[in-house]
Design a protein around this ligand. Sequence first.
Ligand code: DGY
Length: 320
Amino acid sequence: MKKHVVLYKKLSPALLARLGDQVDVTYIEDPASDGLARLREALPQAHGLLGASLKLDAALLDLAPHLEAVSSVSVGVDNYDIADLTRRGVQLTNTPDVLTETTADTGFALILATARRVVELANLVRDGHWTASVGPTHFGTDVHGKTLGIIGMGRIGEALAQRGHFGFGMPVIYHSHSPKPAVDQRFGARHCGLDEFLQEADFICLTLPLTAETTGLIGARELELMGPDSIFINISRGKVVDEKALIHALQTGQIRAAGLDVFEREPLEPTSPLLTLDNVVATPHIGSATHETREAMARCAVDNLLAALRGDRPQNLVNP
Ligand code: DGY
């Protein structure tokens, strides 16, 4: 008899066929709101779950006594209680590697957009306010040659460092658990303590995962250490930053600008003060959102799940 998978992320026809060849599939649309009742109904039969952007809490897991594996279509695993899944004997997999370059591209897009005020000035043209050649009030700040600061030197951090160092001649500094000699050598990068890092970096880019340890890592004190010319970029998770403190820093000119792809609550409320600020570029969590990369992530998630349900070790197993 085929095993049963509850799918809560739309797959391309090719991937759905690949999955459906080996397991029975129930597809649930919008599992966090309209589809929640259907999800609860489907969980008792589920051997596998495949999806993203859903907080899988204990109340949901209690409904799934046959669950063997959860395959997340994401690199981040902050929606899961890994210890609880491990206790229940449920394997958790994610999709690293395939999204590294695309997410670093998003980071660099935000660096350029904030420094050169791309969105604000494109809107000025669109709104018919380009009436004379622009002067200092519309000037941006250079990217090339400035110090690129990266917090969390994992795969995405390294891909960002590569762009900054080789593409834009930027000195690279980073803050992470420990120095990485290979990174230092490749990018001429330097590992720093947090305070020194915040004072020196022109661009402060977050690329680290959300954990108990990183929640609220950047608050009022850390924002005060950044200078008035510094630009803050977040492509990791919104909860790594105290959003109220960030808004204050942006409103008062304590920092120059912010490029934000992630927020404390997503989707971002349309009433968020962030959306009233010209020095903020806000994007809707698009780090990995290209056709190619989202398909590669979904393929990776399907392969991980099928391996786990066959009894093989999935390539991207998260729990020990
Ligand atoms: C990831 O893969 O973790 C992206 O941030 C999407 O959630």
